[in-house]
Structures are given as C-alpha cells and as structure tokens.
Design a protein around this ligand. Structure first.
Ligand code: F6P
Length: 323
C-alpha cells in the first residue's frame, strides 16, 4: 500500500503543499488519538470544567482547533488561517503562499456518544498583494481550492483527499504511524436509492425541497417509481463519507426554523471542501440554484444550503428547484 507523499508527487503537487498537507495530517493523527481515548482523556462534554486533579479540561473541539492552528502557522508557508472556531482570521507568515480554512471537529455533538466526527480542511492560494490580516484574502470561490479533505475519526481513521486529481481515500495505519492509500479513485455511483436529510425540519423547508422529499417518500407508488432508504449521521463528515463510498444524496436545505439562520452549513469550512471532494469523485454539489464551488463569498463565516452526492439524484433535486 502506498504512502501519501509518493502519490502526491506523482500527481505533480508542489513540495510546499505536500509538506503542508503532511503537517495537517500529523495534527489529525494526534486528534485521532485523543478522540480514541474518549472519556479517559477527560475532554468530552460541553463545559470548560476542572478534572479530578484540578486541571482545566478543554473540550475536544477547542483542543483540535488550537493544535491545528499552531502546527499550520509553524509551517511558514501559510499566510493566514480561518477556522470555524475563531471569530476572525489568524495571520501567519506575510510571505506564505497558502491559506488554510478548517472545521477542527465537525459533528462535535457526536463526541459524547462515541459516534462519527471528523476534521475538514481546505487550502486556497494567498494573494501576495494583500496583508496577512486581511480577511478578504479568503473571499475566493471554491473553484480556487488547491486541496481539500477530511479526516474521519471512526472505527478506522480515514482520510479523503483531493488536489484536483480525483478523490483518494487513505486509512490510518497505527503500526506504521501514517495514512496508506486504500482507494485510489473514489467514484460516486450516478444513481442511488439513499438520502440523508434531517427530516425533523421538514415543515420548515422551502417548497422545492418539500416536494422532492415527498416524492422520495412515496417510493414505488409515486412518480419516482422506486423505494428510497434514509440515513442521518448528524455529522457531515460521516454522511459525506458514506456518499463517497456507496453514493446517495445528502442535503441540508434552507429552512425557516430560525429566521436568523436560514442555512446551517458553512461555505468555507464544510460546503466548499466537501463539494471539491464530491465533484472530484464524479458527484454533483449545489445549493439547488447554483453550483456551490462558484459562490463568491462575502463573509468568512457565511452559511449555505447544500445538496450533494450522486449525479442523477442531485440533478433530479435541482430540477424541482427550477419548476
Ligand atoms: O456543522 C454542523 C453539523 O454538525 C454537520 O456536520 C451536520 O451535518 C449537521 O450539523 C447536523 O445537523 P442537525 O443537528 O440538524 O442534525
């Protein structure tokens, strides 16, 4: 089985980018270890309390954020980072040629129930003409990404990675201490009978999504003429991983549940990197009205509707938005 560096070298990826990716993955290996320790590490729960020795306990997502931030900025090739856990961007080396965005621990409410969680990251080129503390550095569409990936902390720790040469899957080999290539080219099947959506929001969705899901639920007796199955992991990394492995459609549509927050998922930390991975595996990713990777961001923390996965199914769903 092949290690990451030779695979990236073969794809013609720049040495600095390879080094940056390896640094991010080293941090993820450390996060994987802490996740595997669970309650033993004293980092679960939602409060910043004290452990039995009187030491301050930090939540796992705070630890993951600090670890990633520190190691990424130390590489010297990164001009600035933007994290889902930080209010503002953090400046790095003014001469750095890359920007990194990340969600240190996606699906973090799953930590307390020992269920799937992961780290999502995206790498963009940095404009040399801008200052390192200028947030507008990050306002680039997803099509500008030079790499994107996630590390899924599951029964095995897995990495999905793209640098624009397809999406590859790697598995962490703890005996060797690194990720080994286990799927050279993820290929999302064009057709599917599986959907993932938080059905409890149904009454808050807009009409196109109401109609689309209603037709899926009618199964064989409805216009779709086949039965659909539903899955919901409540961590985007877990749901997208399933889609990469066996196809499906994943959606977090706009809703009116909280008028202040019509969309839930973040463009830069979740939607763009996942869209890059999905498209590179032959899938489609859209808001229902627009290709996600073509959105020009106006804010680093902006949220967006997401519909992604098997080509035919996502295109069918987009069709309901045109009607
Ligand atoms: O980032 C937010 C997130 O945890 C995603 O990973 C996941 O898809 C979604 O929220 C789950 O949302 P809900 O709480 O509605 O199930």
């Amino acid at each position: 089985m092949r290690r990451i560096s030779p695979v990236l070298q073969q794809d013609g990826v720049e040495p600095d980018l390879i080094a940056l990716l390896k640094t991010i993955l080293a941090a993820c290996r450390e996060i994987a270890f802490r996740v595997s320790q669970g309650e033993l590490a004293g980092v679960l729960g939602s409060t910043l309390g004290e452990n039995i020795q009187g030491e301050t306990q930090k939540k796992l997502d705070v630890i993951a954020n600090e670890l990633l931030k520190e190691v990424i900025l130390e590489t010297g090739v990164v001009k600035a980072i933007s994290s889902e856990e930080e209010d503002t961007i953090v400046a790095g080396n003014p001469k750095g040629k890359y920007l990194v965005t990340f969600d240190p621990l996606d699906g973090s409410s799953n930590t307390d129930i020992n269920s799937l969680i992961g780290t999502i990251f995206s790498i963009l080129p940095a404009d040399p003409a801008k200052e390192a503390d200028d947030a507008s550095l990050f306002l680039q569409p997803g099509t500008a990404q030079v790499a994107a990936g996630y590390v899924l902390y599951g029964p095995s720790t897995m990495l999905a990675l793209t640098t624009g040469h397809g999406t590859r899957l790697y598995t962490l080999d703890n005996t060797y201490g690194g990720f080994l290539l286990t799927e050279d080219q993820a290929a999302i099947p064009k057709y599917t009978t599986e959907f993932a959506i938080n059905m409890s929001n149904q009454r808050f969705w807009q009409e196109p999504m109401q109609h689309y899901i209603a037709d899926l639920l009618l199964g064989k007796t409805g216009t779709r003429g086949k039965n659909f199955n539903m899955r919901w992991i409540a961590a985007m990394v877990g749901d997208v991983h399933r889609v990469l492995c066996r196809g499906g459609i994943f959606a977090y549509p706009t809703d009116t549940k909280d008028p202040q927050k019509p969309d839930k998922l973040r463009l830069m930390y979740e939607a763009n990197p996942m869209s890059f991975l999905v498209e590179q595996a032959g899938g489609v990713s859209s808001t229902g009205y627009q290709r996600i990777m073509e959105i020009i961001p106006i804010d680093i923390h902006q949220r967006v509707a997401v519909i992604l996965g098997s080509k035919h199914e996502v295109e069918t769903c987009i069709g309901y938005h045109k009607a």
